[in-house]
Design a protein around this ligand. Sequence first.
Ligand SMILES: [Zn+2]
Length: 349
Amino acid sequence: MSLPEIDAQYLLQMLSSLLNTPSPTGFTGRAIALTEQALRQYPELELSRTRKGALVVTWPGLRSDAPRALTAHADTLGAMVKEIKPNGRLKLTKVGGFAWNTVEGEGCTVFTNSGETLRGSILLVKASAHVHSAQVNDLKRDDDNIEVRLDARTLSADETRLLGIQVGDFVAFDPRLEITDGFVRSRHLDDKACVACLLAAVKALHDAGLQPVQRTTLLISNYEEVGHGAAAGFPPDLAELVTVDMAAVGEGQTSDEFHATLCVKDSGGPYHHDLSQRLRGLADQIGIAYKVDIYPFYGSDGEAYWRAGGDVAVALIGPGVDASHSYERTHTDALLATTQWVAAYLLSE
Ligand SMILES: [Zn+2]
């Protein structure tokens, strides 16, 4: 099998656009629309949305006796306004699983119900060292001790309400994207990195005049971070699903930022052995240096589909992401390896 060339510049362009489009789970319309817009230029693709708001892409294959799917998620961690505090600041509730200290000091955007945006920062309630001394260090980072300081003149709940802010408004954390020497440092690489990999794989096949061997569904899901993203949206005759999501890098892990990883087990148990073996074989065949790993605290959209009753083979691949669900980082090498692996899978018998 000879692989089509992957357009690395396009991959990074799409990744940057996605990262700079806020999409906390529950508020993913813009990121889904951006992805849809990018795919609209390919007349061979049929695009639709699930009622839940995910993007479904149907890509005709040479055959459809064992239809395939790939999924990546466009939703990210974030927060919602839980209360407007008497001092005019905002108490938040988390969207997705993360620790408050990972976003402490970060800039954020509040999306009001009327479509306005306000800027602010995520801060400890006792943030000033000159006022609170040791408490800045000692205070537990929990929902009660973290607040949004708005960049607006308000010292009371009433003044904040006049700004248009209400309980339930979505709050997005700044991605703080920086690309240096192949490294991509940003929040929300999970899982926008993999959405960009799928887009780059589509472009590579299209530009080379190639089509998948099997009819393939691409599901860009929008509720992964809360556990049920890809639970629905696949055709009933689906035979196998490759989830494309970040690999967990850290102490004890084989994954790193320069490779794609095949995950064989995570919190949801082992993935499908035969499909995993085929993916390993493909990587060996085309010369992708990959890692095999187990993620100790991790669940994927493939398992969401299994739990929802999906009777298909499920496997998981993705680029290594350091400091996941914190200020993340990966490398172009891992993104390209993941994209090549996806292209190889699409073109494989
Ligand atoms: Zn993810």
